[in-house]
Design a protein around this ligand. Sequence first.
Ligand code: ATP
Length: 448
Amino acid sequence: MEDHKISMDKIVSLCKRRGFVFQSSEIYGGQAGAWDYGPLGVELKKNIQNAWWKEMTQLHDNIVGLDAAILMHPRVWEASGHVANFSDPLVDCKQCKMRFRADTMDQKALEEKKCPACGGELTEPRAFNLMFKTHIGPAEDSASIVYLRPETAQGIYVNYKNIAQSNRMKIPFGIAQVGKAFRNEIVTKNFIFRTCEFEQMEMQFFVKPGEDDKWFQYWREQRWAFYEKYGVNMNKMRWYHHEKLAHYAKDAYDIEYEFPMGFSELEGVHNRTDFDLTRHTEYSGKDMSYIDQDDNNNKYIPYIIETSAGLTRNLLMFLCDAYEEQNLAKEGEPEDYRTVLHFHPKIAPVTVAVLPLMKKDGLAELAKEIQNDLKEDFVTDYDQSGAIGKRYRRQDEIGTPFCITVDYDSKEDGTVTLRFRDSMEQVRVRREELSARIHSEIKNYKRV
Ligand code: ATP
């Protein structure tokens, strides 16, 4: 019997089959640690990003956005500690040349200095810096070194004064940013979970020292509520409290999700103290302190609470969380499975599919007209090929929450069938009421 439990292989295969994610440079044998997002993948990614952006900026009066450059002055990464500290301890097998991260590999094998793959002798662990280094300009000398940013956060820190001044922001306030980050990860496995090129959604919240614990708690609650709001199965989420803290942190929690390979980090909420701004003051010679007009012009370096989520890792989480192989057979009947992605309608790459029951008798034309009516409001799809049941299954498999079927009655009485992905229930709706009805269904959506 087939196994109907979710596995990473099934997610990878669905992603390729339906155009969510492809291996980078596949025709050349692929590029390790890099993936390309196909038509449905970009829609999904954009929707997750928009949901996060709305949550942060639109729903919080005191948070504004930024889009900083990927290439920054190299001193930024000295100040941040990345040049000195941003490394993984690596060991190599002298025999089979496999490479492992000493902090995540089997500790017994590490102690015995034996390769977990072939039993060969392992080297001593050595620090391997994760930043991609390149050169700007024609000369490849040390003066021309630049790094591809390994996190988006630093672009926010170096701009915090520009933003505070130009936008008259008063502490407490936050800056949100979504963008690419790069890490020379040695072990890139589990599909898009850990890649060399990825996207982050980071929000840095600037607070008065002494108020940091309160805001840290606040942001932990906010981030948890975000995933709940977008229909994630919260039984698969948990908090992980860091015992060993990064050099900049006072306190740190991760939100972990139960991916097919087990619970793993999805997002970090960190109290980064005044570490980064103090260091930038030292390294740049520019005073990064804040004058608090609401507190007798008191001058201080703000503390920073950071919420740092992977956008591409979120995309994998939403895919895994939505995935179900559902047996539709009634008791006594042979098994009949449909693959369905239960995306929240605001996350789903396609919101509405319009399907004429038949191509002929003017139904296709009418369905196209209805699709055109809806295009301004929703991402739509149109499909006229194959039996209607098969077309529903195709939409279920990409997570389309609403299908509209145009049939012979539609021509007579102006109504269509609206089918719901999760319950598979169908209702008749007047054509002119479709848009309002779908809007209201999206607003009131609850995952069952
Ligand atoms: P890990 O321990 O998994 O390497 P980290 O603790 O170094 O991650 P952070 O530096 O806190 O991660 O990055 C914040 C977020 O960015 C992570 O929670 C994750 O969602 C995402 N992220 C980090 N590294 C990668 C990567 N190589 N590929 C995809 N997403 C990543």
